[in-house]
Design a binder for this molecule. Structure first.
Ligand SMILES: NC(=O)c1ccc[n+]([C@@H]2O[C@H](COP(=O)([O-])OP(=O)(O)OC[C@H]3O[C@@H](n4cnc5c(N)ncnc54)[C@H](OP(=O)(O)O)[C@@H]3O)[C@@H](O)[C@H]2O)c1
Length: 139
């Protein structure tokens, strides 16, 4: 089963009527080659990363527990052949946005999943990553 994922103001990007390769093409076409998932070590964030990787989207995984991020990175690389970058970042710290953006430097990040709370850095990272060709989606 394919779960629904929503992009603000643009409607659903993947629906239950799309399956397998079609859904993957839809996600990749919309978001491009890289996703940044904050709060990716567990729960909903880890699942977002799994679905992005299953669509062939490379992932930057951010949370505090690096061991869990590295474990997930190994899983995503082995199962989907994507590139994965892990970075331990505490989103309550003042340098959180700089550290997240640093891990994404030079990469075409079209999807930003801000899963770990609603800190003050979301907009800074969102607008910095935003590209003129599409821009990321906050989830
Ligand atoms: N699960 C649900 O059914 C559900 C439903 C509706 C809404 N939500 C919301 O979705 C969000 C995620 O839920 P969840 O169930 O996936 O929670 P979770 O299992 O506790 O995962 C939270 C993620 O955020 C990271 N995180 C927490 N504090 C952080 C910090 N200071 N800096 C960096 N990363 C931090 C955690 O990683 P580290 O501990 O490694 O840092 C973990 O990867 C929550 O806001 C929740 O309210 C969840």
């Amino acid at each position: 089963m394919v779960r629904r994922m929503y992009a603000p103001a643009k409607g659903p990007v993947m629906t239950t009527t799309q399956t397998g390769a079609a859904a993957a093409r839809s996600l990749q076409a919309r978001y491009g080659p890289w996703a940044l998932v904050a709060g990716a070590s567990d729960g909903v964030g880890a699942e977002f990363a799994r679905q992005a990787a299953a669509a062939g989207i490379n992932c930057i995984l951010v949370a505090r527990r690096l061991q869990l991020l590295d474990q997930l990175a190994r899983e995503l690389k082995a199962q989907h052949g994507v590139e994965v970058i892990t970075r331990s970042v505490d989103l309550t710290q003042p340098d959180a946005a700089a550290r997240m953006l640093g891990s994404a430097a030079g990469l075409d990040v079209g999807l930003f999943v801000y899963n770990a709370g609603s800190g003050p850095f979301r907009n800074e990272v969102f607008w910095t990553l935003r590209s003129p060709t599409g821009g990321p989606c906050c989830a």
